[in-house]
Design a protein around this ligand. Structure first.
Ligand SMILES: Cc1cc2nc3c(=O)[nH]c(=O)nc-3n(C[C@H](O)[C@H](O)[C@H](O)COP(=O)(O)OP(=O)(O)OC[C@H]3O[C@@H](n4cnc5c(N)ncnc54)[C@H](O)[C@@H]3O)c2cc1C
Length: 568
């Protein structure tokens, strides 16, 4: 692309991602008086995990007893990795923000006493409203504009670069603060709303040396019709399950065996029929209340109340896990100056612990962390009293970026790499029924694939975006499995066959860092400062350091990040 094909902009705060976390971050930063630009890969209002469905929220009135009980329950379910103060913070903030959402015009249902029931939001209406709020706050929204890499200098982050798909132009936004709100990584497993969630935010942050946390808590699969993408599975509570010969495997009412669906799908095809909705009235109510669930069935000409349909489990990666970029404090800052993280792109462990739990926590976290990250990003940018324009910023992207140091010769096969990564993360036998030797072999195969991300990227915008997505998925898979192998116990949503119980000695969060060479260690005990005892708890994964990553370090900050493997 020629220089005139580039869109160059300056702001105080750049928000990357336009789901709820990004929308709240942009609104919050703009409310502090900052000049804000938001770039989304899709369209703010319809892309991401929340937009196409409905979402439950942690909405509890400020009643001490009620909230203390909820906190105690969450601590237990989250494997005691969350923190009561953080859960209370979320309960407080989400309460305030949902009142705001109502004041902006969201039509919450009311109970028989006329009290609004603010514990559920319909994605399309909610995100439409958020788009209006963000627009009103004066934020410039760049739709269809995926970010590919961050900009940085010795002072930390200074903006990002990406591609405007519709105009086929590169964009560059210089900003003193950046909020990463790119959602989780669902590895293109065909879950509705998750097609844009491929992990670039994690990779961009890690390339600047940001740490990750909670990556082992990424074992969630969602049921879906085998021919559809809707993964909202609540209606399956009305289903009888069958094997291929029509024998009943499970019928509602009886005790449902542990790991029922994964275990059955391991043995062969599983079918379902919603025959427990046995009156016209019930069927009408279900159709009205969960309209989106029926779209794939109507398209396929199947009546799910009367016909059996094949089921599958779609892998949800870190989206309904709890891991992501590690935040260092209440302001949602990362270890990189000027860089903040929110929503599913950030670790949610301080609130959800080791398990995201039956809904409500992640969506509430997106609202709160977005609000906090936006506010802090604005304060950081406005306190510097200078523009990012004068900084000597460099692109920090490496993997999947055709960096000048990228290997020449055969171009990168992004589709092939994506399929190879999917072969490691989708199978229930590897990722759901986790065992040490199987995960170890899978991680070794993923490490073997890793050098492919440094091949030259040929083609236009489409290919460049795909290459970066492929690299981000490969990186995320390696972080997940490196962390999973380090957590030698079963806690929350992470299991290891060889260690079926929680181990009190491992009741800590695991920090992950590095790109070519990955280190995993207990939070707060980085390897270089670790005592002899804790060094044993630090594990190293990955082969030799890749030359292309070493070659990048012109800017001091980037060089520091590239020094990730020193001493390992
Ligand atoms: C089936 C399903 C049901 C769920 N139900 C619930 C529930 O009931 N309760 C609950 O608490 N949580 C629920 N969740 C989780 C909840 O949807 C998420 O926690 C929430 O959407 C997170 O918001 P977010 O803004 O971080 O990410 P998302 O909503 O996923 O948005 C991420 C945004 O980032 C953009 N993006 C990605 N990469 C880039 C890039 N490189 N450049 C620019 N933009 C980028 C995407 O286009 C997208 O708009 C559910 C999730 C799923 C999949």
């Amino acid at each position: 692309m020629r220089a005139q094909d580039e869109l160059k902009l300056t702001a105080d705060v750049l928000v990357i991602g336009g789901g709820p976390a990004g929308a709240w971050a942009a609104w919050s930063a703009a409310s502090q008086g900052a000049k804000v630009i938001l770039a989304d890969k899709g369209f703010l209002g319809s892309s991401g995990a929340t937009a196409p469905g409905g979402t439950n929220l942690l909405y509890l009135p400020p009643d001490h007893k009620l909230r203390d009980e909820a906190v105690a329950q969450r601590m237990k379910e989250g494997g005691y990795l969350s923190e009561p103060d953080w859960i209370h913070r979320v309960l407080d903030q989400v309460y305030i923000n949902l009142e705001r959402v109502e004041a902006w015009g969201y039509p919450f249902r009311r109970d028989e006493n006329g009290v609004p029931m603010r514990d559920h939001l319909q994605g399309p209406e909610y995100m439409k409203l958020m788009r209006s709020a963000v627009n009103r706050a004066g934020v410039r929204i760049m739709d269809q504009s995926p970010a590919l890499e961050l900009l940085a200098d010795e002072h930390g982050v200074g903006g990002a670069r990406g591609i405007c798909r519709q105009k086929n132009k590169n964009w560059e936004v210089r900003a003193q603060s950046v909020v990463i709100a790119t959602g989780g990584c669902a590895f293109l497993s065909k879950g509705l709303g998750c097609n844009v969630l491929t992990g670039e935010g994690l990779l961009m942050a890690a390339e600047l040396g940001a740490e990750l946390s909670g990556m082992e808590f990424s074992r969630q699969y969602a049921p879906s019709a085998a021919f559809g993408t809707v993964t909202r599975g609540r209606l399956l509570n009305w289903a009888t399950y069958y094997d291929e010969d029509g024998n009943t495997l499970y019928s509602p009412g009886g005790p449902r065996p542990h790991d029922f669906l994964p275990t059955m799908l391991r043995k062969g095809p599983v079918y379902a029929m919603l025959n427990h909705a046995d009156t016209e009235e019930k069927r009408r109510i279900l159709r009205q209340s969960h309209a989106i669930f029926f779209v794939p069935y109507d398209r396929a000409g199947i009546d799910p109340f009367k016909e059996r349909f094949p089921l599958t489990l779609r892998y949800e990666g870190t989206v309904r896990g709890t891991g992501g970029i590690r935040i260092t404090g209440e302001d949602c800052a990362t270890t990189v100056p000027g860089l903040y993280a929110a929503g599913d792109a950030a670790t949610r462990e301080r609130v959800t612990g080791a398990k995201s739990g039956g809904g409500a926590f992640n969506a509430s976290w997106a609202i709160c962390s977005g609000t906090w990250a936006g506010e802090s990003a604005a304060k950081h940018a406005l306190s510097t009293r200078s523009s990012a324009d004068g900084r000597r910023l460099q692109g920090a992207g490496r993997a999947g970026m055709s960096h000048p140091s990228a290997a020449h010769g055969q171009g990168m096969d992004a589709s092939g790499l994506i399929q190879s990564v999917q072969r490691e993360v989708f199978p229930l036998d590897i990722n759901y029924f986790r065992s040490e030797p199987v995960l170890q072999q899978s991680l070794e195969r993923l490490n073997g694939l890793w050098p492919e991300v440094y091949a030259k990227v040929t083609g236009g915008s489409r290919e460049r975006i795909k290459a970066r997505e492929a690299a981000a998925m490969a990186a995320t898979a390696r972080w997940m499995y490196a962390a999973a192998l380090t957590r030698r116990e079963t806690r929350g949503m992470h299991t290891l066959l060889e260690y079926p119980d929680p181990n009190p000695d491992q009741q800590h969060r695991l920090t992950v860092r590095g790109i070519d060479h990955i280190q995993v260690y207990p939070e707060g005990r980085p390897p270089r400062q670790a005592s002899r005892g804790t060094m044993d708890a630090c594990r190293h994964y990955g082969g030799s350091r890749n030359r292309s990553s070493e070659a990048v370090g012109a800017a001091a900050w980037i060089a520091a990040a590239a020094g990730e493997v020193e001493g390992s």
